[in-house]
Design a binder for this molecule. Structure first.
Ligand code: 0A1
Ligand code: ZN
Length: 880
C-alpha cells in the first residue's frame, strides 16, 4: 500500500465504530481483469459510538454505485479522503448497496483478491478486505456473511467461501454460481473466497458430540499424493482441542486450500483456511522431517484459531497477540502432546527457546522493538512479528506456569464464557485468568506493555553450618524505543538444586516441602529466596523449562555447567548448560581470530560432547540438540562489536575440531541412527535422522575421501528428502568433488516440484561458498521468480539472514544487493519487501567500517522515492 504521508496510529486513540453491521451480502462476478463486487450491508448506528456518520474503508477501488436505503448517493452525499469513505448524514438504520470494480490479475501484493496460477484467492488479514469492497474493515465490526460467487465454469470449477454451501448451479452462459452462508458473525479479516481449478482429499469425521463434519484439503491437480499428512494433522487437531480444552468444531464443513503464492504461512479464515503450499504438501520424496513438523504445527495453529481468534476475536490490531500468542501457545502444546514423551516435549521446548533467542531477543533489542501489545504502528502488517507471536506465546505459557495446567484451563473456560462472539482485549484474557483462579495478576500486565528482554541476575550463597542456600534474584530491563525505563516484571523462575551425585535435592522453602522444582515468583527489583535443610553445596538449575523469556546471568563455573550438562533432570536446562559451555568457547575463539591468535578447543569440552553423543539412554533428538552449536547470528548477539567473518571462521574451526576429534564416535552414531524401511515422520525416527545428519555435518567439516564418499552414498541412496537434503548440504558445504554434479541431478529430478526447487535455492543461498555474485547468478536462473514469496525467501532471505559471512562482505556488496532487492520487491509486494528490509535491523552493532556501509544502504532505500508504508516504517525506524 502506497501512501504519501505515513500516519502513526496509536492504541490510545481507539474509538468504537460509528455503525455496526448486522448482515453482509456479497456478490462476486469473477474475472481476472474486471471483477465486479456488489455488496449489501444492513447497518445500525452503534449506541456506544462517540462520533457520527458512516465510515467505510476502501483502497484502490473503483466505485461504480453507492445507494443508501435505496437512494443513489451523489458526490455531495459522501466524501472519500485517503482510505475512508464518509457518509456524514445517515439515519440509525441503514442499508447500503455498493458496487465496485477491481482487477485481481494486476494485484501482485497477494493482499485482498488476487490471482495465483490462474486461480482466485483472497487474503484479508489484517486490512485486505478494504481492497475488495468498501466496508468498516476493523475487527470489532462482526457481521453475518452470505456470499454469491459467479465465474466461468471450465476455468473455475471450484467455488468456495466461508461456512456452508447453500446453493449452486449453472448460469447458462458457460458460467456457474455457488452461494455460501457463514452461520457465525465474523470480522471482515476472516472473509475468504477461492475460485479455482483444484481437486480435494475429503473425509467425514465424527466430532465428540456425535455430529459429522466434512473435512477437505484442496490442492492443484497432481498434488493429491501429498495431502495425507495435512489431513491427519487436521483430525489430530480437532481431537486435541476437544480433549485438552473442551473446544469443538462449530461448523459442518472445514476446508484447507493450498496456494503457491502466499505472503505468510497460512490464514484462519472461518471454515476456509488458506495455506501456503509449504504447510500442506508432503510426502517422503519431497518433504523433510522439519517440513512435516511445520505442517502439523501450522494446520494445528490455524484450526485452533477457530476458537482463539475467530469465536473470540481482537478489538483492534494492537491486541493481535491476544489471538496469536495464545494460538501459538496452543499449537506448541499440541505438537508436544503429539510426541507424548517427556524428552520429546523437552525437545520441542528447546526448539522454541532457540527461535526466541535467535529471532525474538534480537528484535526486542533492536529498532523495531515493541511490546507484545504495541502502543503504535504505521503499518500493521509489520507487526506480525516474533514478539507478538513467540514472545506472546511465552507470556501465555507463564500463566500456565504460575497457575498450573488446571488453573490455566479454568481461565480459558472463563474467557470463553465471558467473551464468546466478542472482540476483546489482552486485558480481558488476563482478567479471566486472574478471576478464575482468585489471583492478582496486575503486575503481570507489564509483559504486555513493556518491550525489551528482561535480564535476571542470580547469585547463590550456601551456608554449610546452617544448611541453607540463598538465591538472590534481581531484574532489570534495557531501554527500548519510546521506553527509556521499565518497572519490574512478574517473573516465574522455576528452580531445582542438584547434589554432587547429580540428583535433585528436596526443596524446603519457608518450612514447606516444595518438591524438586519450585516456581519462585520474582516481582521486585531484587528478592532473596531461602532454602533450608540443604545438606551439601548445591548446583542451582535456574529457569527450568525456560520458565520465562528472560536472559539469565549466573556466575556458573565450567565445572558446574559440566555437572548440569551431565545430570540435570530438566532436559531444557541440561541442554542450556551445554549451550553456555559452547558459547563461551565460540566467543573466545572469535576473539582469537580477531587477534590473530591460534585457535584451540579444550579437551574437557570435547569429552563432554563425546559423552552426550554416545549416551544411548538419551533420545537421539535430545542428543542432536545438545550437540548443535549456537548459530553465528546467536554469537553475534553476544558481541559488543560484531565481526561476522571472525565468528564464521571460529565456528567453522570449532566444527572442524569436533568433526576430527570425535570422528570415530560420530561414525558410530551415524551407523546406529540409520532408519531403514519405510519412512515415518514420527519424532523417534526424525530424531534419529537428525542426529545421524548432524554427525554427517560434523564429519563433513573435517572431510577426507571417506567422508566425501559417505555423503555421496547417502545422497545417491537416500529414500527420503530429509536424508537427501542433509547429504546435499554436506557435499556443498565441504566443497566435495561431487557437489556440483549432485546439485545438477537434484534439480533435474525435482524440476516440477516447486517446494523442492525452493530447497535447491535455499541450500545454495546459505552455503559459505556462495557470495553476492553467485546469488545474482542464481537470480538469473529460469526457475527464479521474485514475485513468488517462497522463491524470493528461499534465495534472498536465506542469503541475507542465513549467510552472514558473505552478506556482510567487507566491500559492502551484500548491502548494495539488499538495497536493490528491497526496492525492487517493494514495487511488487510491500509485505515481503518489508520482511527483507528487517535484515538490516542490527546494523549499529557491527564494526565501524561495515556500519557505515549498512547505513548508506538503508539511506538509499529510504530515499528511493515512492516507498510503501511497510518498508518506509522499517527503514525509518532503523535509521532513527
Ligand atoms: N493470522 C495468520 C497469519 C497471517 C497474517 C497476515 C497475513 O497476510 C498479511 C496472512 C496470514 C496466522 O497467524 O496464521
Ligand atoms: Zn495465527
Amino acid at each position: 500500500m502506497r501512501t504519501d504521508t505515513p500516519q502513526t496510529i496509536y492504541r490510545k486513540d481507539y474509538t468504537p465504530p460509528t455503525y455496526l453491521v448486522d448482515t453482509v451480502e456479497l456478490g462476486f462476478d469473477l474475472d481476472p481483469e474486471r471483477t465486479i463486487v456488489a455488496s449489501r450491508l444492513v447497518m445500525v448506528r452503534n449506541p456506544d459510538s462517540v462520533r457520527n456518520g458512516i465510515e467505510l474503508h476502501g483502497v484502490n477501488l473503483q466505485l461504480v454505485a453507492l445507494r443508501m436505503n435505496g437512494r443513489l448517493l451523489h458526490a455531495g452525499d459522501y466524501d472519500i479522503s485517503g482510505d475512508i469513505l464518509r457518509i456524514p448524514a445517515a439515519p440509525d438504520d441503514v442499508t447500503l448497496e455498493i458496487e465496485t470494480l477491481t482487477a485481481p490479475v494486476k494485484n501482485t501484493t497477494l493482499n485482498g483478491l488476487y490471482v495465483s496460477n490462474g486461480n482466485f484467492f483472497t487474503q484479508c488479514e489484517a486490512e485486505g478486505f478494504r481492497s475488495i469492497t468498501y466496508f468498516p474493515d476493523r475487527p470489532d465490526v462482526m457481521a453475518k456473511f452470505t456470499v454469491m460467487l459467479r465465474a466461468d465454469k471450465s476455468k473455475y470449477p471450484v467455488l468456495l467461501s466461508n461456512g456452508n454451501l447453500v446453493e449452486e448451479g449453472d448460469l447458462g452462459d458457460g458460467r456457474h454460481y455457488a452461494k455460501w452462508e457463514d452461520p457465525f458473525k465474523k470480522p471482515s479479516y476472516l472473509f475468504a473466497l477461492v475460485a479455482a481449478k483444484l481437486v480435494c482429499q475429503e473425509e467425514t469425521f465424527r466430532l465428540k458430540d456425535g455430529r459429522n463434519a466434512l473435512l477437505q484439503v484442496w490442492v492443484e491437480d497432481g498434488n493429491l499424493d501429498k495431502t495425507d499428512y495435512a489431513m491427519q494433522s487436521l483430525k489430530n487437531s480437532i481431537r486435541w482441542d476437544e480433549e485438552r480444552f473442551g473446544l469443538e468444531l462449530d461448523l459442518d464443513r472445514f476446508m484447507i486450500v493450498a496456494v503457491s503464492d502466499f505472503n505468510m504461512g497460512a490464514m484462519e479464515n472461518k471454515g476456509l483456511n488458506i495455506f501456503n503450499t509449504k504447510f500442506v504438501l508432503a510426502n517422503p520424496r519431497v518433504a523433510t522431517d522439519v517440513d512435516y513438523a511445520g505442517i502439523e504445527a501450522v494446520v494445528g495453529h490455524e484450526y485452533f484459531h477457530n476458537w482463539t481468534g475467530n469465536r473470540v476475536t481482537c478489538r483492534d490490531w494492537f491486541q493481535l497477540s491476544l489471538k496469536e500468542g495464545l494460538t501459538v501457545f496452543r499449537d506448541q502444546e499440541f505438537s508436544a502432546d503429539m510426541i507424548g514423551t517427556d524428552t520429546g516435549r523437552a525437545v520441542t521446548r528447546i526448539e522454541q527457546v532457540r527461535t526466541l533467542r535467535q529471532a525474538q531477543f534480537p528484535e526486542d533489542a533492536g529498532p523495531m522493538a515493541h511490546p507484545v501489545r504495541p502502543d503504535s504502528f504505521v503499518e500493521i502488517n509489520n507487526f506480525y512479528t516474533v514478539t507478538v507471536y513467540e514472545k506472546g506465546a511465552e507470556v501465555v505459557r507463564m500463566y500456565q506456569t504460575l497457575l498450573g495446567r488446571d488453573g490455566f484451563r479454568k481461565g480459558m473456560d472463563l474467557y470463553f464464557e465471558r467473551h464468546d462472539e466478542q472482540a476483546v482485549e489482552c486485558d480481558d484474557f488476563r482478567a479471566a485468568m486472574a478471576d478464575a483462579n482468585g489471583r492478582d495478576l496486575a503486575q503481570f500486565e507489564r509483559w504486555y506493555s513493556q518491550a525489551g528482554t528482561p535480564v535476571v541476575t542470580a547469585t547463590g550463597r550456601y551456608d554449610a553450618a546452617a544448611g541453607t542456600f540463598e538465591l538472590t534474584l534481581s531484574q532489570s530491563c534495557p531501554a527500548t524505543p519510546g521506553q527509556p525505563s521499565k518497572l519490574p516484571f512478574h517473573i516465574p523462575v522455576a528452580l531445582g538444586l542438584l547434589g554432587a551425585d547429580g540428583k535433585d535435592l528436596a526443596l524446603i522453602v519457608d518450612g514447606a516441602n516444595a518438591g524438586t522444582t519450585a516456581v519462585l515468583e520474582l516481582m521486585k527489583p531484587k528478592q532473596t529466596f531461602r532454602f533450608t535443610g540443604v545438606k551439601e553445596e548445591p548446583t542451582p538449575s535456574i529457569l527450568r523449562d525456560f520458565s520465562a523469556p528472560v536472559v539469565l546471568n549466573y556466575p556458573y563455573t565450567d565445572a558446574q555447567l559440566l555437572h548440569l550438562f551431565s545430570h540435570d533432570s530438566d532436559p531444557v536446562n541440561r541442554w542450556e548448560a551445554g549451550q553456555r559451555l559452547a558459547m563461551a568457547r565460540l566467543l573466545k575463539m572469535t576473539a582469537a581470530v580477531g587477534a590473530g591468535d591460534k585457535l584451540a578447543l579444550d579437551d574437557t569440552f570435547i569429552d563432554a560432547m563425546r559423552k552426550i553423543l554416545a549416551d544411548e539412554s538419551l533420545d537421539s533428538a535430545f542428543r542432536e540438540n545438545a550437540l548443535l552449536l549456537p548459530s553465528e547470528s546467536m554469537v553475534a548477539e553476544q558481541m559488543e562489536v560484531v565481526d561476522p567473518q571472525a565468528i564464521h571462521l571460529a565456528r567453522q574451526a570449532m566444527r572442524k575440531t569436533i568433526g576430527s576429534a570425535l570422528r570415530k564416535d560420530l561414525l558410530a552414531q551415524y551407523e546406529a541412527n540409520q532408519t531403514p524401511g519405510e519412512y515415518s515422520p514420527d519424532a523417534i525416527s526424525a530424531g534419529k535422522r537428525g542426529l545421524k545428519n548432524l554427525a554427517l555435518a560434523y564429519l563433513s567439516a573435517a572431510p577426507d575421501d571417506a567422508i566425501y564418499a559417505l555423503a555421496q552414498r547417502q545422497f545417491d541412496l537416500a529414500g527420503n528428502m530429509t536424508d537427501r537434503v542433509a547429504a546435499l548440504t554436506a557435499l556443498i558445504h565441504s566443497a566435495a568433488p561431487g557437489a556440483a554434479d549432485a546439485l545438477e541431478r537434484f534439480y533435474a529430478e525435482f524440476d516440477n516440484e516447486a517446494l523442492v526447487i525452493d530447497k535447491w535455492f535455499a541450500i545454495q543461498a546459505a552455503a559459505p561458498v556462495t557470495d553476492v555474485a553467485a546469488v545474482r547468478a542464481l537470480m538469473r536462473h529460469p526457475a527464479f521468480n521474485l514475485k513468488n514469496p517462497n522463491r524470493a525467501r528461499s534465495l534472498l532471505f536465506n542469503f541475507c539472514n542465513g549467510n552472514p559471512a558473505q552478506f556482510h562482505a567487507p566491500d559492502g556488496s551484500g548491502y548494495a544487493f539488499w538495497a536493490e532487492q528491497v526496492t525492487t520487491l517493494d514495487a511488487l509486494n510491500p509485505q515481503v519487501a518489508s520482511r527483507l528490509a528487517r535484515s538490516m535491523d542490527r546494523w549499529r552493532r557491527y564494526a565501524p567500517a561495515l556500519q557505515a556501509q549498512m547505513k548508506q544502504a538503508l539511506q538509499k532505500v529510504s530515499g528511493s522515492g515512492k516507498l510503501s508504508s511497510d518498508v518506509g516504517e522499517v527503514v525509518s525506524k532503523a535509521l532513527t
